[in-house]
Design a protein around this ligand. Sequence first.
Ligand SMILES: Cc1cc2nc3c(=O)[nH]c(=O)nc-3n(C[C@H](O)[C@H](O)[C@H](O)COP(=O)(O)OP(=O)(O)OC[C@H]3O[C@@H](n4cnc5c(N)ncnc54)[C@H](O)[C@@H]3O)c2cc1C
Length: 401
Amino acid sequence: MRDRRVAVLGAGIMGSAVAIGLARRGLDVTLIDQESAPMAATSRWNEGKIHLGYLYGADPTLATAQHILPGSLRFAELARELIGGDLAGHTTTTDDVYLIHRDSVASPEQLRERFAAVSELIREHPDASRYLVDVSNARATELGSDELRALSGADIVAGFRVPERSVDTRWFAARLAGAAASEPGVELRMSTRVTAAEPVEAVDGRWRVRGSDGYEEPFDLVVNALWGGRLPIDVTAGLAPEPPWTHRHRLCVFVRTRRELDLPSAIVATGPFGDVKNYNGRDFYLSWYPVGLQAESSDLELVAPRTPRGAEADAFVARVRSALEHVMPWTGRVFDDAESTIVHGGFVYARGRGSLDDPGSGLHRRDRYGVARRGAYFSIDTGKYSTAPWLARALADEIAG
Ligand SMILES: Cc1cc2nc3c(=O)[nH]c(=O)nc-3n(C[C@H](O)[C@H](O)[C@H](O)COP(=O)(O)OP(=O)(O)OC[C@H]3O[C@@H](n4cnc5c(N)ncnc54)[C@H](O)[C@@H]3O)c2cc1C
């Protein structure tokens, strides 16, 4: 006989990890999502960088790196526990190259200093050896002029190599969805759009979840992990969101090549630029921020724009290619060798406003995410994919404990 009944709203990386964690702690979980299967939204269609903090080099306080590090360093082992298997073969295998754009919001000198400080934070962390590779000797190594010339085209003024890795999110999504579906104690309720969560009587008592097609069910506890759809449900639960926040919807390109390509994983930093991830020689993620940014809003929710198909998708891919080739000419090889090309994307929710080309924008920080609570209702801002399994475990421990 299982313990309390919990509704977990949203079956992305956060909701799926919380649901599995709670079920393994003896709770009876219903995992609810509007999609027809778990892990079909943002958590499937992103880049999967397991952040060590280098990307937030525009945040001079190091607060983002400090907030992100503990969870990122434990990502590999917690992910392994969740899916019951290893990530080997499904993560990038070489250090990430950071190419610094001439319009970067932080200068190469500032980044040299901040990267050194981030590396020091990593080296001093007791879990440094538990990352996807051992980073207890983490360093940001500056590229020499020959290497820089070989890797960069126009507008790149410096480069660094840092020991960050990324996970192939589509592979991981399939594994985590399978784990959630087969976990005893997790019942999937898919194709259900959640519309409200309200206390049946007192906030410490039972809560009722309402959804599309007249769905209505009481639970002992509710966890809202709806990411892009989280705030409107918080409002129905009596948890008023605190401004500022911004929702963005971003599109990217996922390419599988015909043969293995020996190319690096690289990011143009720091600001509204783009990147390339090479997960295994054949599966690539490519993005150019100004092309991929489809919509943004500070409303409670942003409606996802239609994903382009056919000629529209081809035109999108051509624009991403042209922008990437301008700064990294070698990226053209990925497009030339494409066996399949998918345009897809997801939501980014951040506790800040402004534009990435403004050094003062709050979007350059990610140090204010986590769990809010009202009685038996919990709302979780995932913040980053990197730290989701770690935050999910902390929440499952708190609830089960
Ligand atoms: C292009 C891009 C690149 C990114 N790159 C990185 C990166 O490299 N590293 C990193 O750490 N983070 C990255 N992120 C952020 C990361 O993807 C997210 O933080 C993370 O995936 C969010 O996980 P989640 O489970 O909270 O959300 P989701 O995966 O979106 O899950 C939420 C679920 O809730 C469902 N839902 C929403 N509203 C409702 C409703 N009303 N009723 C029912 N169901 C609903 C959705 O269908 C979805 O399945 C990136 C994001 C994007 C868009």
